[in-house]
Ligand binder design. Structure first.
Ligand SMILES: [Fe+2]
Ligand SMILES: [Fe+2]
Length: 136
């Protein structure tokens, strides 16, 4: 089963953000495995609840950090977060309607896991030089 893992190319320069990324990655891996092996609906629902709430909390914290450090990608980051929240709620609706279908398992990989890894590497990591410049 494809999983994603945190690696140093995802460093943002802010430990609390890195730790939140690790938690999000861990829960996405759990979600994919729970859905692929056909775990009970309740288990998948509780993972989706945790993930959705945690992602929103994380996005807020990260947007504050980017604003504080005058990060040039702050607006882009916030716009991408908004897209993810929309994707996540359409995912949630599909799950509530159809359950853990093969189509939805593919969506976890392509729209949630791959999105998160790419977003962290391309957008979130642009915070690191801003934090470094401020420290020097
Ligand atoms: Fe972000
Ligand atoms: Fe992030």
């Amino acid at each position: 089963m494809p999983t994603i893992s945190w690696d140093p190319s995802m460093t943002t320069g802010v430990d609390s953000l890195d730790n939140q990324h690790k938690q999000l990655i861990a829960w996405l891996n759990d979600l994919l495995s729970a859905m692929s092996v056909g775990r009970g609906r309740g288990e998948v629902e509780s993972l989706l609840d945790k993930l959705g709430g945690y992602a929103v909390m994380h996005f807020g914290h990260e947007e504050d950090c980017m604003a504080r450090y005058n990060c040039p990608v702050a607006a882009l980051n916030a716009a991408q977060h908004k897209d993810f929240v929309a994707t996540f709620s359409s995912f949630r609706e599909e799950f509530d309607r159809d359950g853990a279908t093969a189509h939805l398992v593919v969506r976890v990989e392509s729209e949630l896991m791959r999105w998160l890894a790419g977003h962290i590497k391309r957008t979130d990591t642009q915070l690191a030089p801003c934090v470094r410049d401020r420290a020097s």
